[in-house]
Write a protein that binds this ligand. Sequence first.
Ligand code: AMP
Ligand code: ZN
Length: 483
Amino acid sequence: MQLYNSLSRTKEEFIPHLEGKVSMYTCGPTVYHFAHIGNLRTYIMEDILDRYLRYSGYDVTRVMNITDVGHLTSDADTGEDKMLKGAKREKKTVMEIAQFYTDKFFEDCEELNIRRPEVVEPATACVDEFIRVIASLIEKGYAYEAGGNIYFDTSKLDQYYAFHNFEEEDLAVGVRDGVEADGNKRNKADFVLWFTKSKFEDQELKWESPWGVGYPGWHIECSCISMKHLGEYLDIHCGGIDNAFPHHTNEIAQSEAYLGHKWCKYWMHVLHLNTNSGKMSKSKGEFLTVSLLKEKGYDPMMYRFFCLQSHYRKSLVFSWENMDNARTAYNKLVARVAQLKGEGDVDTAAFDALRASFVKALDNDLNTSLAVTALYDVLKAKVNDATKLALIKDFDTVLSLSLIEHAESLLKAEADKKAAEAEALAAEAAKDPFVAEILEKIEARRVAKKDRNFVEADRIRDELAAKGVTLIDTKDGTTYQIG
Ligand code: AMP
Ligand code: ZN
């Protein structure tokens, strides 16, 4: 499989550290608000990577942190703690806010068929580990104390910058805004590992540490949580493009300084979902959520489908018009799947050939839009329905669009509608013998037509017409009008 590695800025053959096994780390949400559908684009595309690796036979272990402390409103060490901001807004404690929005995040993930990682760890559950790693960084000479805080000394590295000068579109959003001068820093790029001298007097969560009571910086959590569960060698680290710099650059700096060797081999960054007015952002407070999509009548699968139709390394523009197009296309797709009968044996040669183009698309840096094309090719192919259904089931283990389930629901809804109509007619007939006679005749005419006895069918129609009853043939059967 070829995967674009943001570190080398090229597509590379994916070779994990241990044969057959993949360790994968995902930067989790900062739980001070609902996830917006931009955040969820990132998690959908990471989910595709996760699922495709499994589909390709790898044994994947995936870890995600939950940021519930230390992430300031600027990704540099300035601004307000986002969690505190959320707690103040809702007049709740930080931990109440964290629990509520963590639960909401996973509810959204479930709605979007995003697998839950094997390990999900909140930063606040891991503070002892952060303290241990920070102490080791100080001991190794990579960190220093100044003005009550502990900073990472970027000048101690041969090469600090990674992902900087990134030429991909959208990088600008990750570059520091609102940077405040911090006189404690020896070098401009140094970053905080541990705050003790907080400028937030009311910081709710504080822990004892060798450097005084305080709380961790944001970046240390991902290094520590990853190393704790996935060991010294990480295969893939993912996140949205805004995480690349400074967050991931700092993660590399501290992890490799601590370990004394290279840490993570592949970095996957998902480009942003934007609206016509710009980047979707939680901190701006105005953003789109899965609940809003549902309120407006869109199934979350339609949003997943919308995301899969474009490549993760291109930014994507959200509009209601685009969402309507995704809805139409998704409904058509489901309706076509619902028509498949599933009779006969699977044609294995055709199955393999059609599967090959799906695999080729995803092997090429997760080209999901071509994978969706491969799905349409299956529907158009000259093979029996059983083969088509087997392929759709197979592809959907990766795409996870719930196609079979939705097709089944559609068939059930149609069957229920017919049953309800038949029931209503029967109820009417029970009340009125004339209606009962009409229905009997309609049934006799249906049988006559089925037997190709059109003379009899026409005779029945004329007989009813003489009694003032007009028959109306529709694709779902025959109805009538009196008078
Ligand atoms: P946060 O909850 O702000 O820590 O972000 C959670 C994830 O969403 C991170 O991987 C971010 O990089 C990513 N992200 C933030 N904004 C967007 C956006 N507009 N489009 C796609 N991903 C985003
Ligand atoms: Zn992270």
